[in-house]
Design a protein around this ligand. Structure first.
Ligand SMILES: *[C@@H]1O[C@H](CO)[C@@H](O)[C@H](O)[C@H]1NC(C)=O
Ligand SMILES: *[C@@H]1O[C@H](CO)[C@@H](O)[C@H](O)[C@H]1NC(C)=O
Ligand SMILES: *[C@@H]1O[C@H](CO)[C@@H](O)[C@H](O)[C@H]1NC(C)=O
Length: 730
């Protein structure tokens, strides 16, 4: 078997059966089976069986196969595969798994040296990048409770294999390390003696019994995503109780009992319908119905520590390592007053969060005012503490402050990226690190890195290293060199490079200039084929228009060429294609007419209010588009016809779908898939003359004269209909 997905340790499960790879149906697919598979693939343990089209659709067939393992089988690969009747699996019901891709070695199940997997290789992590928040996420991910300590000396050393330079910045609510922000760029390498380790609280501490007479008696509660959750007693029996007792190291179970209503727990439900064989090592491995009722707000508040514990976070800056300091205590987040707040206090915060050292301690709500509690005042750390809670301060909650005095920090590991001297999407590349903007050198930089920069800056999917150095020279440090990105990375932070160094290159001619080619950032609205219409520009996250002051044929020419629409026939003003909405981004555009892109023309960003949408600029270009315009498809007669047909079909199918569901409830033998096929045939028959509907639940469609975009109408969980919208003549 194999699985396909975003990382090598998660995806849709496929089995090699009769010479072809087929997707496994999720019938009888459960966490224990998934766990076996993860171990067989050397991917740690199974974390999750995600729902929906999480890993896309398979292109092979889906079939109702399952594993049947003999008693002595150690691995799934030793088990035979049985086929469960001829019915095909309904769409979206294929088996999926997310394996941990992480493990602890040289210790016990729940303590040891941290190893993660990149591609096919297991490697350790550097201790200098490792922090308690990430360790907590990892412990949770491995079903090992929470992290007790990451200070374990050299207890778990002794290794071969690589040491990865990944740093994980978690906010504590992630269900696995891969969901945390991952930074590799600029991180130093380290030796085998400096590898990351953790001691997790262990299995016993992710389960507890409350309201009983001892630690080994009471109502079962399980720690899921950082929240103590209820386990409902439907189907509860002695075998389930055995597993609980084993996990809690309480011997064997004496009885499994049902509580009177008055003694039942309240709050979030974790598991229901638990069915254990009795020999499982933990409750997680039994068959259960997971309840999906975990409210996200609660998860956000609690992180992964047991209730009552204290946590810290930074709020309101861009992502990590800078922001307003907030502490979690007694079930609520609160702020810190800036009286006496200084660099040594800030230092403790930065270190604690794995963010290096403090660059600046901010007062007066620099990162915005918090709300609710102000937990600390007159904090007076020496700077050597490993935890802010260890610093002298007034008693919790005692202060003489308001939220306008909320304290903040900027740490050395706070990163930012920008292009300067051009515009948002072209210019000289600069990175913010250690409190200063500096340059990035271009030695051995590939075009892929330029593309990654553009993606990172939300400047589209194309980019080039500009070799003419027209964006000037920098004067600050030259922070980085030898950056190498791969196809997978959408953030520059995940690329490899030399370690941070203020003199990475001594020659300013090595500085990187990048220009992103960003065709998606321009569009024409209200005309035909996307090649005429009101000019709209994507900027700062929204579409806006251009003011017609001084809008002329030279400007229009540049624009038409940039959009692949030939040359301009006319430059129109006064909202000739209707008034836009949203911001008006530019005025007084002055192209010479020879520029390759509108961004190269001098223009003024519109700050004043001397233009309104009555003056929106528009163009008419000479050519039809080279490719379909997105978002602004002109509705031609065939499309309208198609949509009407689609809607009609949708109605018919909705009615049929309801009938099928009824029929299904009545006669179990009827396969949904057969019905869908039948529906498709019917739909095809009705519409053959038109040729619009060509496939159900898939991607259509080519005919001799049109290529079609597709649209999917979901009618019920298992039933969808595809109808086609032609968007360009071939
Ligand atoms: C538990 O027992 C069943 C049979 O009763 C066996 O198939 C399975 O492998 C056992 N599991 C473990 C973890 O020992
Ligand atoms: C902070 O602590 C030091 C001792 O570590 C002490 O000398 C100093 O007076 C304290 N400052 C305040 C404002 O309490
Ligand atoms: C970062 O700045 C500190 C001073 O704030 C300095 O000691 C340190 O060497 C700098 N780090 C790098 C990599 O330049």
């Amino acid at each position: 078997s194999r699985h396909t997905g975003t990382t090598t340790c998660s995806g849709r499960v496929e089995l090699l059966h009769g010479g072809t790879w087929r997707t496994l149906c999720d019938y009888l697919w459960d966490l224990p089976a998934a766990n076996d598979l993860c171990q067989q693939l050397d991917c740690g343990v199974a974390l999750q069986i995600p729902d929906g089209q999480f890993f896309g659709k398979g292109n092979g067939s889906v079939w109702n196969g399952t594993f049947s393992c003999k008693k002595n089988a150690k691995h799934l690969r030793d088990c035979s595969v049985s086929v469960l009747g001829r019915d095909e699996c309904p769409a979206g019901k294929d088996a999926r798994v997310v394996c941990s891709g992480a493990r602890l070695v040289n210790g016990t199940t729940c303590s040891g040296r941290v190893e993660i997997r990149h591609g096919d290789t297991w490697g350790s992590l550097c201790r200098s990048q490792w922090n308690l928040k990430a360790a907590n996420v990892l412990c949770h991910q491995l079903n090992c409770g929470y992290a007790k300590s990451i200070q374990t000396g050299e207890d778990f050393v002794g290794m071969d294999g690589p040491i990865w330079r990944d740093a994980f910045h978690c906010d504590g609510t992630e269900s696995c390390l891969w969901d945390c922000a991952q930074v590799i760029l600029g991180n130093p390498s380290c030796s085998a003696r400096e590898t990351a380790t953790v001691i997790c609280s262990g299995l016993a501490e992710s389960l507890r019994l409350s309201g009983g007479e001892s630690r080994c008696d009471g109502r079962v509660e399980i720690l899921l995503h950082g929240i103590w959750s209820r386990v409902l007693d439907d189907d509860w029996d002695i075998k389930d109780a055995h597993v609980v007792c084993r996990q809690l190291e309480c011997g064997t179970a004496q009885k499994a009992y049902y509580l009177p209503r008055s003694k039942r727990g309240i709050g979030v439900v974790g598991f229901r319908s638990v069915q254990c064989a009795g020999n499982e090592t933990q409750l997680m491995l039994c068959k259960t119905s997971r309840s999906h009722t975990v409210p996200s707000g609660v998860a956000e508040d609690m992180g992964f520590l047991p209730a009552g514990s204290r946590q810290i976070r930074l709020v309101n800056a861009t992502k990590r390592c800078a922001g307003r300091v907030e502490l979690y205590h007694d079930g609520t987040w609160g702020t810190i007053c800036d009286d006496n707040w200084d660099l040594s206090d800030a230092n403790v915060v930065c270190k604690q969060l794995g963010c290096g050292h403090a660059i600046k301690a901010f007062d007066s709500a620099h990162y915005g005012e918090g709300s609710g509690q102000i937990w600390l005042d007159d904090v007076n750390c020496t700077g050597a503490e490993s935890d802010l809670w260890a610093c002298p301060a007034r008693a919790l909650g005692q202060h003489n402050c308001q939220h306008k005095e909320d304290a903040g920090v900027l740490c050395s590991e706070f990163l930012a990226l920008r292009l300067v001297n051009g515009n948002d999407c072209t210019g000289r590349l600069e990175v913010f690190y250690n409190g200063t903007w500096g340059s990035i050198c271009s030695n051995q930089m590939s075009q892929l890195t330029a593309v990654t920069v553009c993606k990172h800056l939300n400047c589209g999917d194309g980019g080039e290293i500009a070799r003419d150095f027209e964006y000037g020279r920098g004067s600050g440090p030259t922070w980085l060199d030898h950056i190498e990105c791969t196809e997978q990375q959408s953030s520059l932070w995940q690329c490899q490079s030399d370690p941070w160094n203020a003199q990475s290159c001594d020659n300013r001619a090595e500085e990187t200039h990048i220009s992103c080619t960003d065709r998606e950032k321009l569009r024409l609205i209200g005309g035909e084929y996307g090649c005429s219409g009101r000019v709209e520009i994507w900027h700062q996250g929204s579409w806006g228009t251009v003011c017609d002051d001084s809008w002329d044929l030279a400007d229009a020419n540049v624009l038409c060429r940039q959009l692949g629409c030939g040359s301009a026939l006319s430059a129109l003003s006064e909202a000739a294609f209707g008034e836009g909405t949203g911001p008006i981004w530019l005025e007084k555009v002055h192209c010479k007419g020879t520029e390759l892109s509108l961004w190269d023309c001098p223009a003024k960003p519109l700050f004043g209010k001397n233009c309104d949408h009555k003056e929106d600029a528009a163009v008419e270009c000479s050519d039809p588009p080279r490719r379909p315009a997105t978002g602004s498809t002109r509705l031609s007669t065939p499309i309208i016809l198609c949509i009407i047909l689609g809607t009609l079909l949708c109605l018919v199918l909705a009615i049929l779908a309801r009938q099928i569901q009824r029929a299904r409830a009545q006669q179990k033998g009827e396969s949904l898939r057969t019905c869908m096929k039948c529906l498709l045939d019917m739909a095809g028959e009705c519409l053959t003359g038109w040729g619009w509907v060509t496939e159900m639940n898939g991607i259509c469609c080519h005919t001799k004269s049109f290529t079609y975009h597709w649209a999917v109408l979901i009618l019920s969980q298992h039933l969808s209909v595809t109808f086609c919208v032609p968007n360009r003549p071939c």
